[in-house]
Design a protein around this ligand. Structure first.
Ligand code: ADP
Length: 474
C-alpha cells in the first residue's frame, strides 16, 4: 500500500477544515436569508390583511359584500392575492391576481378565523406554494367576515435556489484553488524537512558518522532539528570511537595473560615430570588466572558504567572497609608499612564491595610503586560542609575525606592529568591494565563524591577520596 506523505496529510487536513468552515458558513447564511425572506413576506401579508380588514371595519353601514370587491383589488399586487369571506364563509371578493382561481377555504381554518383568531399557513395553489394569512373582520366586536391574503413563495424559493447554486459552485471552486495552493505551499514549507530527511538517509546508508548535515536556513524548528541531529551524530561518533578503542584495548590487555597462560601450559607439558618446575609453573598459572579474572571483572564493570548502570547504596560503616583493606594489604606488603589512623565511626550511604575496591586499588597501586621500607598511610577525617574550602562541591553536607599517601616513586607531572583515564599507564609501566583508577573514579562519583591525586616524583603520591555522608538517600 502506498504510504500517505505528511504533505498529503496536511493538505487533506486543510481541505477538510475548509469544507467544514465553508459549509457551516453556507448553511448559516442560507438559513438566515430563508427566515428573513419569509419574515418579510409574512410582514407584507399581515400589513395588507390589516389594511383591508380596517377598511371594512371603518365603514360600518355598508355590507361587507358591497365594500370588498374594491378592497380585494386595492390591496392585491402581482404575486399577492386577496380574498374576502363573509361570516358564512362565502367568498364575497377575490383579487384579479388570482385569475379564475380562489384561495382554498377549509372548514377548520374558516372556523378558526371566524372564531376571531389570526394565523398563517401554507397552501399549494396551481402547483406553487403560497403563504396565507387569515384575519377576522370585526364590527362592533363581532366577527362579520374574514380576509385571506396570500403571497407566492416562488420569489423566496427562487432566491434561495440561486443562493444554493452560488454556494455550491463557489465552494467547489474555492476547494479546488485551496487544494492546489495548499499542495504547493505544503511542499514548499516541507522542503527543508525533506532535504533533512534525505541527508539523514544518505548518512545512514553510507554509515558515515563523521558526516554532518549542512544547514544555512533560519533558526526555526528545522534549524534546531538539524543542530540536534548533528549533535547526536557527533555523540554517536565519539561513542563509537570510544567503543572501538575499548574493544581494541580490552583485546590487547587480555592477550598478555592469555599468552602467559599458554606459555605456562606448554612448560607444564614439557617439564611436567620435574616436580619443582611443575609447582612453579602452576603457581604462575594461578597468578595469571587471578590476574585475568580481575581484568575481566574490571572490563565488565567498565562496560556497565558506560551502560549507565547505577550502584545500590546502603548504610555502610567506612571504618570497617578501611580496616579490611589495610589488613588485607599487610598480607603482601613486602616490607612496606601500612598505617591506618583510627577512622571516625561514620556510616555513609554506599556500596561496601565497590568502596573496598576503590581503597584496595589505591593501596595496591601505592604498594606497587613504593619500595621496601616505605610507608603507606590511610587517614580519614570528617569535614563539615560549611567549614571546608578544599573541595568546590561542598555546600551543606558533611564530607568524609580519606587519603592514601605513599612514600613511593611518585607520578611524573605530565602523567598526573591522565592517570584516571581508562587504560592509561604511566610511561615505562608494564604492570596493570590501566583500569583501576578509572573504575575507582566512577565508583566514587556514583557515591556523589570525587577523587583527586597529588604527587611529587621521588617523594610519593597522595590520593584523596571525598565522600558525602548523607543521612537521606542520594
Ligand atoms: P593500573 O591498574 O595499571 O595500576 P591504574 O588506573 O590503577 O592502572 O593506574 C594508572 C597509572 O597511574 C599507573 O599505571 C601508574 O603509573 C600510576 N599510579 C597510580 N597510583 C600510583 C602511585 N601510588 N604511585 C605512582 N604511580 C601511580
Amino acid at each position: 500500500m502506498r504510504r500517505i506523505t505528511l504533505g498529503t496529510r496536511l493538505t487533506l487536513w486543510h481541505i477538510s477544515l475548509l469544507i467544514l468552515v465553508l459549509t457551516t458558513f453556507a448553511v448559516v447564511s442560507y438559513r438566515a436569508l430563508d427566515s428573513s425572506l419569509r419574515a418579510e413576506l409574512d410582514r407584507v401579508l399581515r400589513e395588507r390583511a390589516d389594511h383591508a380588514a380596517l377598511a371594512v371595519e371603518s365603514v360600518p353601514n355598508l355590507s361587507i359584500a358591497g365594500i370588498s370587491p374594491g378592497l380585494s383589488g386595492e390591496f392585491a399586487s402581482p404575486g399577492i392575492y386577496v380574498q374576502v369571506l363573509d361570516e358564512t364563509g362565502r367568498i364575497v371578493a377575490r383579487s384579479a391576481s388570482l385569475g379564475a382561481d380562489a384561495l382554498p377555504v377549509h372548514d377548520d381554518r374558516l372556523a378558526e378565523v371566524l372564531a376571531g383568531r389570526s394565523f398563517y399557513d401554507v397552501e399549494s395553489i396551481t402547483g406553487q406554494s403560497v403563504r396565507l394569512y387569515h384575519r377576522p373582520i370585526l364590527r362592533n366586536g363581532r366577527v362579520v367576515g374574514a380576509v385571506e391574503v396570500g403571497g407566492s413563495l416562488r420569489n423566496v424559493e427562487d432566491t434561495l435556489a440561486r443562493l444554493q447554486a452560488i454556494f455550491v459552485i463557489s465552494i467547489a471552486v474555492a476547494l479546488i484553488i485551496a487544494a492546489a495552493g495548499s499542495t504547493v505551499l505544503t511542499r514548499l514549507g516541507l522542503r527543508p524537512l525533506t532535504r533533512l530527511a534525505d541527508h539523514a538517509t544518505r548518512i545512514e546508508r553510507a554509515r558515515d558518522l563523521a558526516a554532518r548535515i549542512p544547514y544555512s536556513g533560519p533558526s526555526d524548528e528545522v534549524g534546531s532539528l538539524t543542530i540536534t541531529f548533528n549533535e547526536m551524530l557527533a555523540r554517536l561518533e565519539t561513542a563509537f570511537a570510544a567503543q572501538q578503542h575499548f574493544l581494541a584495548e580490552a583485546a590487547h590487555e587480555l592477550r598478555t595473560p592469555l599468552a602467559s597462560l599458554l606459555g605456562n601450559a606448554d612448560l607444564l607439558a614439557r617439564y611436567g615430570d620435574d616436580a619443582e618446575r611443575r609447582a612453579a609453573t602452576l603457581t604462575a598459572i594461578r597468578a595469571e588466572g587471578r590476574r585475568t579474572a580481575r581484568l575481566l571483572s574490571d572490563l565488565l564493570l567498565s562496560v556497565q558504567a558506560d551502560a549507565g548502570w547505577r550502584l545500590e547504596l546502603r548504610p555502610t560503616p567506612l571504618a570497617d572497609i578501611l580496616c579490611y583493606v589495610a589488613d588485607n594489604a599487610r598480607l603482601h606488603a613486602n616490607g612496606v608499612t601500612i598505617a591506618l589512623a583510627d577512622p571516625p565511626p561514620v556510616t555513609l550511604l554506599g556500596d561496601a564491595d565497590r568502596l573496598k575496591q576503590v581503597f584496595f586499588n589505591l593501596v595496591d597501586n601505592a604498594l606497587k610503586h613504593t619500595p621496601t621500607g616505605g610507608v603507606i598511610s590511610i587517614q580519614c577525617s570528617v569535614f563539615s560542609g560549611q567549614s571546608s574550602a578544599t573541595c568546590a562541591q561542598l555546600i551543606t553536607d558533611d564530607w568524609l575525606l580519606t587519603t592514601v599517601t605513599d612514600t613511593g616513586e611518585g607520578i611524573p607531572p605530565d602523567a598526573l592529568p591522565h592517570i584516571f583515564d581508562r587504560f592509561y599507564r604511566a610511561p615505562g609501566q608494564s604492570r596493570g591494565s590501566g583500569l583501576g583508577l578509572a573504575i575507582a573514579c566512577w565508583i566514587v562519583e556514583q557515591h556523589g563524591g570525587r577523587i583527586e591525586a597529588a604527587s611529587r616524583v621521588g617523594k610519593g603520591s597522595a590520593f584523596s577520596v571525598w565522600l558525602p555522608f548523607h543521612t537521606s538517600p542520594l
